[in-house]
Each structure stands twice: as structure tokens, then as C-alpha cells.
Ligand binder design. Sequence first.
Ligand SMILES: *Cc1c(COP(=O)(O)O)cnc(C)c1O
Length: 410
Amino acid sequence: MLFNTALLHDGADLKETHGATLPPVYQVSAFHHDTAERMADIFSHRAPGYNYTRVANPTIAAFENRITKLEKGIASVASSSGMTAISTATLNLAGAGDEIVSSNGLYGGTYYLFRDLRSLGITTRFVDIASRQEIEAAITEKTKFIFAETIGNPSLVVTDIAMLSDIAKSHGIPLVIDNTVATAYLARPLEQGADIVINSSSKYINGSGTAISGILTDGGSFDWKSPKFPEFADYRKFGKFAFIAKLRNGFARDLGGCLAPMNAFLNLVGLETLGLRMEKACGTALELARWFSDRCPGISVNYPGLETSPSHQTAQRILKNGFGAILTIRTGSRERAFEIMNRLKLVYRISNIGDSRTLIIHPDSTLALHNSPEERVQSGVYDDLLRISVGLEDAPDLIEDFRQAIGGDR
Ligand SMILES: *Cc1c(COP(=O)(O)O)cnc(C)c1O
């Protein structure tokens, strides 16, 4: 099945849903059982079933199964937000005294998480993810995983997943990739050698900005019998499902960041049009990027689809079907950036990406607020930079809006 067909049909079980094309919303906290024995069996995983929605729920399970198929993994765990997915994955792998090697061009929320984890004794070494040398030099005996984003937000650095996978394998550690900005439409990190992939489904998977949620998917590729992971001893009996078993019986359950069934349903609705939306938004983003580059002197544009992007060659290897729906522009000054933002009529000033509407933000005064000047530059944030998340509007309308906001004759 090709991409769009699979989104609609792969994993759909209409027998289970009495013919309904989408699963019902099991909007309950807990589930009744006929007998005490059956209840005990489900609690001890001897029988399939549901007890309590914080642990599992059929609507959430339907969403997890769809994403597992989409990302070509073996199992997924959905959560209340993308940050929950990243933090529980991290805590499933690393504890006090351990280290993480991460891209320095990360989404701000993840950067803050890795920084704050120092208080729990987990140290992150931030590196230029394009530099094999820097990554190799940062890996120590204590490193538990490598972390990067397929397309950095907002650096728009495209990660060479195959190279990272090669490094991770040679050190016997897993590679965790945040695929939020690319989505499975542009890249399937598990097929390129990542071991675990994470999506903030608040973004393109949901597609309309109606719910915060996250999901992680295990590729089943890492060998958890590795002596580097003694904490997995109790879970090795689950074979390639050891990571998910440890997570479900550990921090996913303990921290309680479960997804709401209604939000799982909203994501399932959004998921059906992921391919169509990405195709449209990526096309418009390229058109807009070319327009900025050709017609707007004084403004420099960064988009992986332009030959001028430092990531263009990697993007051509790593991404298929397009170059993403996010671009950034540098306007010359913070004042000019604010002026352009304030003049926009169609484009919303919103701190989000992956909405059906086009959104703009000035990261330096918002998303990167808690970063030092040095950290900002490392993560690709400048005081004259605007990030644009291209939506589904028609390209000429967006160009017209930017034309009038920038002013002059173009
Ligand atoms: C938004 C985002 C997150 C965090 O997801 P939430 O659902 O907001 O918690 C993580 N990574 C990337 C790349 C994001 O864009």
C-alpha cells in the first residue's frame, strides 16, 4: 500500500468497530470485568484487556497501532504531549550518572528538558550533529543514547540519520530521533537506522491544532541484552519488546502522562490527511522560500529545499517527497522582524507548527527566552529571525500577505 492508502486502510479493523470507519471514543477512566479472575489476568498481563485509562485504553491503542504502522515500528506508546514522550523515553534509558549526546540545534522544549535533567544527575553533551568528529568525541562510557531531530526546529538542520546510526551502532547505544518536523511523509527514521522515533502529534499528525499529544515508536532494532543496559535485566524476557515493556511498566505509567481518549480520536481523524496536507504545505513552503529568495532583497531565507541551505545535500538524501513546511527568514533587525510580523493579516502570530493555518513567531523573544545568547546562536536563533510554519492556504494569498507586510515594490 502506498502512503495515503495506508493512512486510511492499514490497521483499520472494521469488525472490531461494528463497521465504523474510526474507532469509538472510549471516554471512560476505567473498565469493568466479569470476574475477579479475569481482572487479575489482565493486571498481570496473562490476558489482553483494559483496566484503567492511564495505563491503556482502546481508543489510545488504535492511535498507537496506526502510528506504529506509519513509522514502520513494532509498538508505540502515546502520551499527553510530545515532551512527555521525550521525557519518558529519556528516563527509560538514562538515570543518575548517565549521559546523553544530543544535537545542539534542538526544539527549545527538549533543550530545556535535557538541561534540567542535570538536577537528576543526567548530563547532556550538546554537539553539532553534522560533525561526526564532535559526536564521537562527546560519547563516553556513560552515554546511553544519541538524540537528534530529523529536521531541527528552528535550525532546519537536516540530520544524516544513517551516519548517526552508524556511530550509535559502533558504540553499542541506541539512536533516538524526533521526527515531528519531517513526519513519516518525508522520512522514516527507523528505516534509516534509528532505534526509537518520537513524534509530537500536536503538530502535523493532528494537523488542525486541536490537541496536545505525543507518541514514541520502537523499531525493535536495538539489542537490550547489551551489558550497557543492566536496568533492562527484568525486561529481557520480552525480547525486542523490552524497551516498550520497561516503559509501560515504568515511567509511562508512573509519571501518569497519558493521552486523553478524545485527543487520540482527534489525532486519528487528522492522520487520514497527513500525506495530502504535507504534500500541499511542502509545495507552498518551497514556493514561498523561492519568492523570498528571488524577490526580497535584504531578507535571507533558510529552507532545506533551497540550494543555498547548508542542509540541502543532506536533505536530498534523507528526505523524500519534499523538504518540510517550515522556513525561517532573517530580516536584518529585531525591529524589522516585529514590524513584518505585526503587518501580516492572514498569517497568525502563534507559537506552534504543523497547523492547517500558516503561523509565524519570533523565536528569540519567545521560544528561546530561557537560552543564553550563545545557546541561541547554536540552535539557529537570531534576534532578526522569524519562523514560518506554512499551512494549507493557497500560495498566492500567502505571498500577497508577506508582500504587503514587507512593503516596497516586489
Ligand atoms: C512541539 C515539539 C515538541 C514538543 O511537543 P509538545 O506536544 O508540544 O509537547 C518536540 N519536538 C519538536 C520538534 C516539536 O516541534
